[in-house]
Design a protein around this ligand. Structure first.
Ligand code: 2DT
Ligand code: MG
Length: 219
């Protein structure tokens, strides 16, 4: 890798219990073993707890506070905007940024709330202008299979009905222009099989001509 080349923006997405955190850790380690500098991030961020917005999101997810559906949506988005500069700077310096959840979760989890009357389009608008991923790996798993993996925790969206709706909306989103950046990975297999698949897709992404150009923005 030439010292001048930029980093790659990689996102891992999926339902709860799809194995995102495990695969995130493994992918970061593999990239580091290849000699790349890697920045690990997640949304809602671990950095998030250090900001007032992040603290509000955390309290909301734990059920400790109530928020109007549109308002919490905008806070999740604001939490990404808080970190947008960090992402762009790292990429410019040649650091590969790997993020566990990004604006795709932002859109579909909010739109999955049936009482909120909140469309995918409305949910997407505040994301326009954020750094656009070079590739997003969508770890796909049936909600029933996900539920078998030790059951869901007590977090806000961890119920079978919401997970089912979230998956439907991920598929709907993949049918739009956002889908161009998304690669579906069957996450119902062993950790090693999924990891191998992810590495192959990341390698393909590294060959894209757009990596010779600066990072773009979500349009
Ligand atoms: P974890 O399961 O990764 O801890 O996420 N969420 C996430 C949203 O509703 N909007 C967002 O913008 C993001 C990034 C998905 C916690 C939950 O937060 C949801 C699950
Ligand atoms: Mg979760």
């Amino acid at each position: 890798m030439s010292p001048r080349s930029r980093g790659i923006l990689i996102v891992i997405e999926g339902l709860d219990r799809a194995g995102k955190s495990t695969q995130h850790a493994r992918l970061c380690q593999s990239l580091e073993r290849q000699g790349r500098r890697v920045k690990r991030m997640r949304f809602p961020g671990s950095h998030a707890l250090t900001t007032p917005i992040g603290k509000s999101i955390d309290a909301y997810l734990k059920g400790e506070s109530q928020q109007e559906d549109h308002a919490i949506h905008l806070l999740f988005s604001a939490n990404r905007w808080e970190a947008a500069g960090q992402i762009r700077n790292a990429i410019k310096e040649g650091i590969t940024v790997v993020i566990d959840r990004y604006y795709y979760s932002g859109i579909v989890y909010s739109a999955a709330k049936d009482k909120a009357d909140l469309s995918l389009k409305w949910a997407r608008d505040p994301e326009i202008g954020l750094p656009r991923p070079d590739v997003c790996l969508f770890l796909d798993i049936a909600p029933e299979a996900a539920a078998k993996r030790g059951g869901f925790g007590g977090e806000k969206y961890e119920t079978s009905s919401i997970q089912k709706r979230v998956r439907e909306l991920f598929y709907k989103l993949m049918g739009t222009s956002d889908g161009m950046d998304i690669r579906i990975v069957d996450a119902g297999r062993s950790v090693e099989e999924v990891e191998k698949d992810i590495m192959e897709r990341v390698k393909d992404a590294m060959d894209q001509p757009k990596l010779a150009k600066p990072l773009t923005a979500i349009l």
